[in-house]
Design a protein around this ligand. Structure first.
Ligand code: ADP
Length: 716
C-alpha cells in the first residue's frame, strides 16, 4: 500500500467517523459544532464556516478563522462570494485568488480571505446551504481539495438535515403544548429581539439616529417599534403612511431609500423633527413588506456610503427573520393544521409517561412500531423492544425526569425474523408534574439501522486500517534493519577485496597466490550474501522456483561435509558424518537441500570453539503414521539462549552469542525455515547454552506422485 493509498484510506476513515459522529448529535447546534471542528482538520484551511439557506438568504450558522466576526449574520445569496455559483451549479468551486476572480464579491469581514473553497450541502437535490473553507494566501486549495470538500458535504448534509428535523419535531410538540404562552410573550419578545439590531445600526453606521417601524394592519400605518438616539421619543411618536410605499418613501421591494438621492414624501415628517440624511431599508416577512429599518442624521450632506448600505442590508435581513419567526409563533396553526404537520413528520414523535406508556404518537411512530396510531395509545413502549433494551429505556426515562436533561438511547425492536431493526430514541422532558409518575416526556424515534450498519463498517474499516498500518510498520522496521545489516555486511568483504587487489598489484610477488585466494574467498562470501537476499525477496514475492526430484540424501550430506573438511581441520573441530547406509529416497529440490545443509553446517562450525565437534545424522521416523526423513546437524558449541531460540529464525536476527568479529547477516536460518515450508516440512531447534545446538530438518516422505506440485511456483 503506497502513501497515496494510505491517505485515501485515512480520508475514508475520517469521513466515516464524521458521518457517524454527526449521526450521534442530538440537535442541530450540536451537529454544527461537531462539523465545524472537523472542517479545518480535513483541508489545509485557515478558517471554515457552515452557511444555511433561508429563502434567498444564507445564514452564517457556525464560523471559525479569518471571517469569524460574520457568525450569526444573514447575507443575501448574491453577496456571498461565489456562493451563488456553488448553489446553482451544485458542485464545489475553488476561488484561487479572490483579488482576480470575477465571481468574487467581497463582503465586509472577508478582507483577509485570499483563497476560497465551497461545496453545496444538498439532500435529494434540495439545497440546504454550503460549507466553505477560507485561506489567507492565494492558491491554497487544489482541485483534489474540491473533491474532498464535495465528499465532506455529501456526508454532512443528510446528518445536518436529520438533526434539524429532530429540533423541528421537538419544537412542534412544544408549540402544541404551549400556544398561549407563545402569544403572551410575543410583543415583549419582538421588542427585545429587535432592540439590539437597531442598536447595531446606530453604532456601526456612525449615524445619530436609528429606528425600526412595523406595519400596523388595523390602522394601515407604520408604527415605530424601536428608536434610539437623542430624538428617540419624537421618532417613536411618528406614524408613517402605510400605503405600500413604506411610509410614503418610494422604496421598491428589495430596494433601498438613500436620501438625498431619492424623492420626497414622508421625509418632510422627518425633516420636521430635524432629520435630513436618511438611509431606509425595507423589512419583509414571508415575502411581503412589513416595515422598515432606518438610520438618519440631522446634518445635510453626502448620502450614506457603501459600507453602511451593506451593513444595513445584513441588519434588515436579520430583523426580517426575527419578525417572520415571531409571526409564525402568533399565527399558531389551528388544530387541524397542527395534526397534519404532526403526522407528516418523517420522524416518529410521541408523548410518553415515565412508566413507558405511550400517550400520543404520530403516523411515523406507528409505522416504526408496526401498529396503527390509534392502537398505539395506552401501550407500553417496552412491549415493542428487546427485553434488555426495554429495561434500559425505563432507566433513561427516569433519568430524564430527575436530571431534566436530554438523553439518547439506542434500542432494538423485537423481531421474529432475528434481524433487529435499530431505533434511536431521543428523550426530553415535556411537562413536569406534581404528582409522582405524572411527568410527560417527548420521545423522538428514528430508524437507525443503516447508521448501525455504517458503525459496523466503520469499526471493521478501522480494524483493517490498523492491521495494514501494523504490517507496514513491521515491514518498514524490517527494511531499515535490512539496509543497515546489509550495507554493513557487504562493506566488510568489499574492503577486504579492495585491500587484496591493491596488494596483488604492489605486494610481495611470492604472496600473489595468497592474495588471489583471499579475493576469491571474499567474492564467494559476497555472492552468497547477495544470493541469500535475492532468495528471500523471491520467497516474499512468491516467485521462488522449487524443482523437486528424487534424491539420495546421504550423497548430498557427504558432499556438503566434504566442502567443509578443510575449514573444520583448520579450526580443530571434528566433523562427523553419522549417516550409515541408505536412506529412503527424498523428493526435494537438490539446490535447496544443499543450501540448507550448507547454512546449518556453516553455522555449527561458526558457533563452535576449537576442539569441539560438529556432526550430521539422519533417520526415517513415523509422525502420526506419516513417514518422515529427519536430518539433524548438531554441534558441541556455545548454544543459544532459551528466549532467543524462536527468534533466530527471524530475518536479520543475530543472537547474543555473536562476538564482534563473527560475520553473518542473520538470514541463513530464515532461509532454511522458508525453504522447509516450501518443501512441506519444518525445521526445529534444540539447544542449551554452553553445551551445543541441534537443528533438525523434517521432510515428509511420499510414495510415488509429485507431492510438491502444489508448491511449485513460477519463476519471475
Ligand atoms: P547468521 O548470519 O548470524 O549466522 P543465521 O540466520 O544463520 O544468521 O543465524 C541466526 C542466529 O542464530 C545467529 O546469529 C546465532 O546467534 C544463532 N545461531 C545459528 N546457528 C547457531 C549454532 N549452531 N549455534 C549457536 N547459535 C547459532
Amino acid at each position: 500500500m503506497g502513501t497515496e493509498e494510505i491517505e485515501t484510506e485515512n480520508l475514508n476513515q475520517q469521513l466515516l467517523d464524521l458521518a457517524y459522529d454527526l449521526g450521534m448529535a442530538t440537535d442541530f447546534q450540536g451537529a454544527l459544532e461537531i462539523l465545524l471542528d472537523r472542517l479545518c482538520a480535513l483541508l489545509p484551511a485557515d478558517g471554515a464556516s457552515i452557511m444555511w439557506l433561508e429563502g434567498d438568504h444564507l445564514e452564517v450558522m457556525a464560523q471559525r478563522g479569518p471571517t469569524a466576526p460574520l457568525r450569526g449574520l444573514t447575507l443575501p445569496i448574491g453577496q456571498v462570494g461565489a456562493a451563488r455559483s456553488v448553489l446553482d451549479g451544485g458542485r464545489a468551486i475553488v476561488v484561487a485568488d479572490t483579488v482576480r476572480d470575477a465571481r468574487w464579491q467581497q463582503i465586509p469581514g472577508e478582507e483577509q480571505v485570499r483563497s476560497w473553497l465551497a461545496a453545496p450541502l444538498a439532500v435529494e437535490e434540495t439545497n440546504l446551504g454550503l460549507l466553505e473553507w477560507t485561506a489567507r494566501e492565494s492558491a491554497r486549495f487544489s482541485q483534489e481539495d474540491a473533491t474532498t470538500a464535495s465528499r465532506v458535504a455529501h456526508y454532512a448534509a443528510p446528518a445536518l438535515h436529520r438533526s434539524q428535523l429532530l429540533d423541528d419535531a421537538r419544537r412542534r410538540l412544544r408549540d402544541r403544548m404551549e400556544p398561549e404562552l407563545a402569544t403572551a410573550h410575543q410583543t415583549v419578545d419582538l421588542r427585545t429581539e429587535l432592540e439590539p439590531i437597531v442598536a447595531e445600526a446606530l453604532e456601526f453606521t456612525g449615524a445619530l439616529h436609528a429606528f425600526l417601524f412595523l406595519h400596523d394592519k388595523d390602522i394601515n400605518r407604520l408604527r415605530c417599534v424601536v428608536a434610539s438616539g437623542s430624538k428617540r421619543d419624537q421618532i417613536g411618536a411618528l406614524a408613517l403612511r402605510g400605503d405600500g410605499t413604506l411610509g410614503g418613501w418610494s422604496v421598491p421591494l428589495g430596494g433601498i431609500y438613500n436620501w438625498p438621492t431619492a424623492g420626497l414624501s414622508d421625509r418632510e415628517m422627518m425633516g420636521s423633527i430635524g432629520l435630513e440624511r436618511t438611509l431606509i431599508l425595507p423589512l419583509r416577512a414571508a415575502g411581503s413588506p412589513v416595515g422598515l429599518l432606518g438610520v438618519a442624521e440631522p446634518r445635510k450632506g453626502r448620502a450614506f456610503g457603501r459600507d453602511a448600505i451593506r451593513l444595513m442590508t445584513h441588519l434588515s435581513s436579520q430583523a426580517s427573520m426575527v419578525i417572520e419567526r415571531l409571526q409564525r409563533h402568533v399565527t399558531a396553526p389551528d388544530s387541524h393544521d397542527y395534526k397534519t404537520v404532526f403526522h407528516s413528520s418523517p420522524l416518529g414523535v410521541g408523548l410518553i409517561a415515565v412508566s413507558g406508556e405511550l400517550k400520543l404518537g404520530n403516523l411515523a411512530l406507528a409505522a416504526l412500531l408496526s401498529r396503527s396510531d390509534r392502537t398505539l395509545v395506552g401501550r407500553n413502549l417496552t412491549e415493542f423492544l428487546v427485553p434488555s433494551d426495554g429495561r434500559r429505556i425505563l432507566r433513561a426515562l427516569e433519568e430524564v425526569v430527575i436530571t431534566e436533561q436530554r438523553r439518547q438511547v439506542d434500542v432494538r425492536l423485537q423481531s421474529t425474523s432475528g434481524e433487529y431493526r435499530h431505533v434511536r430514541v431521543s428523550l426530553s422532558l415535556a411537562e413536569a408534574s406534581e404528582e409522582p409518575g405524572g411527568d410527560t416526556l417527548v420521545a423522538i424515534m428514528e430508524d437507525i439501522t443503516s447508521l448501525k450498519i455504517l458503525e459496523r463498517e466503520r469499526v471493521d474499516h478501522l480494524r483493517q486500517l490498523r492491521e495494514k498500518h501494523a504490517q507496514l510498520e513491521e515491514l518498514d522496521q524490517l527494511k531499515s534493519r535490512f539496509v543497515s545489516n546489509v550495507s554493513h555486511e557487504l562493506r566488510t568483504p568489499l574492503a577486504v577485496i579492495k585491500l587484496y587487489a591493491t596488494l596483488t598489484r604492489k605486494g610481495r610477488p611470492e604472496k600473489q597466490m595468497h592474495y588471489l585466494q583471499t579475493i576469491e574467498q571474499e567474492t564467494h562470501r559476497l555472492e552468497t550474501m547477495v544470493e541469500n537476499i535475492l532468495d528471500l525477496t523471491r520467497m516474499d514475492r512468491q516467485s521462488l522456483r522449487v524443482s523437486p526430484e528424487l534424491l539420495e540424501a546421504e550423497e548430498i550430506i557427504a558432499q556438503v561435509l566434504q566442502v567443509y573438511e578443510e575449514t573444520a581441520q583448520k579450526r580443530a573441530i571434528e566433523l562427523r558424518n553419522h549417516v550409515r547406509g541408505e536412506l529412503p529416497p527424498l523428493w526435494a529440490d537438490k539446490n535447496h537441500l544443499i543450501q540448507m545443509l550448507t547454512n546449518l553446517v556453516d553455522n555449527a562450525l561458526k558457533y563452535t570453539p576449537r576442539g569441539g565437534q560438529v556432526w550430521v545424522a539422519a533417520r526415517e521416523i513415523d509422525v502420526d503414521s506419516h513417514q518422515m526423513l529427519e536430518i539433524a546437524v548438531g554441534d558441541t558449541g556455545v548454544g543459544i539462549e532459551e528466549d532467543e531460540q524462536s527468534k533466530v529464525f527471524e530475518r536479520f536476527y543475530r543472537g547474543s552469542n555473536n562476538t564482534s568479529s563473527s560475520t553473518g547477516t542473520g538470514l541463513g536460518l530464515a532461509i532454511v525455515q522458508e525453504l522447509m515450508l516450501h518443501h512441506g516440512g519444518k525445521v526445529t531447534l534444540n539447544s542449551r547454552t554452553g553445551e551445543g545446538s541441534v537443528f533438525t530438518l523434517q521432510f515428509p516422505l511420499y510414495d510415488g506422485g509429485s507431492p510438491l506440485a502444489g508448491a511449485q511456483e513460477e519463476d519471475d
